[in-house]
Design a protein around this ligand. Structure first.
Ligand code: RAT
Ligand code: ZN
Length: 433
């Protein structure tokens, strides 16, 4: 009985220590759709952008009669108004994405219940984007942000041609979905950009693809190369995708020190009428991932899975392959319940050798809620884990807590990308002796 009481007391003291450290440790957000402010209108922020987030678009279509065509023909501010009325006026904003808007507004000092949408719009309209970026990063506790940079997106490539002034906190990451998933379309883009791959997928094409990847990797100073894959993605396989991956992408990654990120299990266009909001989920075949990790030990794979059913298999594969690094609770997994489940599983089986979360923010202000909500769950998961460790006879110091939290919020990712885990271990051992 005495022991039980003291464990509970230690637990609440521990909770406060963990909470303090988790809340003040800066985050490296390793996957977002945000842009460096130098890309001007590509960086989205403000109340209307928050409201037309595609997670909320799909929810708003559930809240009453719908007319897809009318919605898409409307302006952003009309769409925002429609979503506001449906999800925030006609009902309580209980879903994760709707609650996120409330968390964000409150953290910015705005009362979402006090005024109407017009008052919120007025507040945002008086801000400069520079000041807003500073405030949001400060409030969110985010120190660096990986973008998603697609050489296949004409809106984005225009900016790269201008060599924009770069903010070092916004880091490049090369996104290559069309190259691996839609070779015929990708071939046209390569050709237009002066990398003629010819008509068949042969050595000439591979040389052109590698030049294309090399140039873009340099231009955007890419931190890693990434793709999202459908549930039926297979490797090895007699497909264009498997061929390009093996002959061009993986050698490119090895040669240029790029990890290869795979976001597995997205079923695009389940309801095309919803456009970007119409994507769904399917269970990925992780035997493909195992084959990649086994067959290409010199490549490093950063992986997140969209279906809940894949999470345990991913973690177990990571135990088998040091060249595999699980990251984040992606998209439909970014809910408190699933973050808690996934993170507990990862802590139990991997310690701190994974990246706890990425925000996937598309609107700058979302950094605030995504990280506030995720940090709350991390605090719970870690408190439980350290309480169990305490029960085994190991009470962590603040320095140890800080080290572990830093690793989960970006440190492990850095180590994985640098591949310096062995080096660090050796230097730590020699320092200690
Ligand atoms: O979470 C999202 O916003 C999705 O639409 C996707 O962008 C996904 O994160 C992806 O990068 O494919
Ligand atoms: Zn994304």
């Amino acid at each position: 009985m005495t022991q039980y009481t003291s464990t509970v007391q230690a637990g609440s003291e521990l909770f406060s220590r963990v909470e303090r450290i988790v809340s003040r440790t800066p985050v490296a957000d390793i996957h977002t759709h945000l842009y460096d402010p130098g890309f001007r209108s590509l960086l989205k922020w403000g109340i209307d952008e928050l409201l037309v987030y595609h997670y909320l678009v799909s929810e708003s279509f559930r809240a009453g009669p719908w007319d897809y065509d009318r919605f898409w023909a409307s302006s952003t501010s009309q769409q925002a108004e429609w979503i506001w009325n449906r999800l925030f006026v006609a009902q309580s904003p209980l879903s994760e994405a709707a609650r996120g808007v409330i968390t964000t507004l409150n953290a910015l000092g705005l009362d979402p219940r006090a005024g109407d949408l017009a008052a919120l719009r007025q507040w945002f309209s008086l801000r400069s984007s520079e000041k807003h970026v500073e405030q949001v990063l400060e409030v969110a506790g985010v120190e660096s942000i990986c973008m998603t940079n697609s050489p296949f997106d004409p809106e984005e490539t225009v900016y790269w041609r201008e060599t924009p002034r770069r903010d070092p906190r916004f880091v490049g990451a090369l996104r290559i979905d069309p190259l691996l998933l839609h070779w015929k379309e990708a071939r046209t883009t390569l050709k237009e950009q002066g990398y003629d791959p010819g008509d068949s997928l042969n050595d000439t094409a591979i040389t052109a693809i590698r030049r294309f990847l090399e140039d873009w990797t340099r231009r955007i100073e890419s931190r890693y190369c990434m793709v999202s894959t459908p549930p039926d993605f297979a490797f090895p396989a007699d497909t264009d995708s498997a061929w390009i991956l093996e002959k061009a992408v993986l050698p490119h990654c090895r040669e240029h020190g790029q990890a290869f990120a795979m976001m597995m299990g997205v079923r695009r266009g389940v309801n095309p009428q919803l456009r970007m909001a119409g994507d769904g989920v399917g269970q990925a075949d992780l035997t493909a991932l195992a084959a990649l990790c086994r067959g290409f030990p010199e490549n490093r794979f950063l992986v997140t899975c969209l279906s809940r059913e894949c999470q345990q298999e991913l973690v177990i594969l990571a135990r088998k392959f040091p060249n595999l690094h699980p990251f984040g609770c992606w998209w439909f997994n970014n809910t408190p319940q699933l973050i808690e489940e996934t993170t507990t599983l990862r802590l139990d089986l991997l310690g701190t050798s994974f990246t706890f979360q990425h925000s996937d923010s598309r609107v700058l202000d979302q950094l605030i809620y995504k990280w506030k909500h995720s940090r709350a769950v991390l605090t719970q998961c870690l408190t439980r884990a350290y309480t169990q460790l305490g029960g085994a006879g190991w009470v962590p110091t603040d320095i140890e807590l800080e080290r572990d939290v830093r690793r989960l919020l970006g440190g492990s990712f850095d180590e994985f990308l640098l591949g310096d885990r062995a080096g660090r271990f050796e230097s730590e051992v020699s320092r200690a002796s």
